[in-house]
Design a protein around this ligand. Structure first.
Ligand SMILES: [Zn+2]
Length: 259
């Protein structure tokens, strides 16, 4: 989504009133050449002396652009550049999108929709989707924990809709899942029944094919074992992405390092 085009749209549709329109006009005209001084000059006309006093509206303008950029559920390099530019222009810092409740709700809704879409196709997160997550976290200036919280909320909802969490490749912690199970009276004894180390034959087949039937570390093709990359004990899933082929020797030396 082109920056200028988006701001021309803001102006033509009068989504934001008064000063925002004038600031929007500068961006629509100058694009990435607009400067903080251009904005301050306009704010001064309205008797506003700092970007801080314009924060609410500048956050809204930037959010508007992000929403426009996400219309195709992707964030391109160009869009990231534009978002970085807007943040720089308006002096938007980490946490500004989540400080005010109405923005925080909006951001949470956007992120959860994006994560919902990722789970919708196959309940697995592929490389492109993982990158999209990283971009979302950056774009909204969220800490890792804040992002993880929103991510997990959506993952729990996916389970509610009937997804098999063992195949989801998310980072739901043992604790979160057991709370969810309790709340929903699933009657599952989490530790002993639900969470099993079992790797399905399907996953084993595709890991074997992906890793070419040899140890991914030393190339040995004898005494091979299926290894959890993130250890099972630390919440690692039984998914293709978290399983690899290791020979017994490499697997033991990995366990010793972690253990
Ligand atoms: Zn090996």
């Amino acid at each position: 989504m082109q920056l200028q085009k988006t701001f021309s749209y803001i102006i033509s549709s009068s989504i934001l009133k008064d000063i925002s329109l004038d600031v929007g006009e500068v961006i629509a005209k100058k694009g990435l050449k607009a400067s903080r001084k251009d904005c301050l000059d306009i704010l001064n006309i309205y008797g506003i002396s700092s970007l801080e006093d314009f924060k609410d509206k500048s956050v809204k303008l930037t959010l508007f652009y992000i929403v426009a950029a996400l219309k195709d559920n992707l964030i391109t390099e160009e869009e990231i550049k534009n978002i970085r530019f807007l943040k720089l222009l308006f002096n938007i810092e980490e946490g500004d999108f989540t400080k005010e409740k109405h923005f925080a709700n909006e951001v949470s809704k956007i992120i959860r929709t994006q994560i919902y879409l990722m789970h919708q196709d196959d309940d697995r997160i592929d490389t492109q989707e993982a990158l999209h997550k990283v971009n979302l976290q950056e774009v909204f200036g969220l800490s890792y924990d804040e992002f993880l919280f929103l991510n997990n909320q959506e993952a729990l909802d996916a389970i509610d809709r009937g997804s098999d969490w063992l195949e989801m490749d998310t980072y739901i912690t043992v604790n979160e899942y057991s709370q969810w199970a309790k709340k929903n009276n699933t009657g599952e004894d989490f530790e002993t029944e639900t969470r099993s180390r079992h790797i399905s034959e399907d996953v084993k087949d595709s890991v074997w094919n992906r890793d070419g039937g040899e140890c991914v570390q030393c190339g040995n093709n004898e005494n091979l074992e299926f290894d959890h990359i993130i250890p099972f004990s630390e919440g690692g899933a039984n998914t293709k992405r978290n399983v690899q082929l290791l020979c017994q020797r490499c697997n033991r030396s990995k366990s010793n390092k972690i253990g």
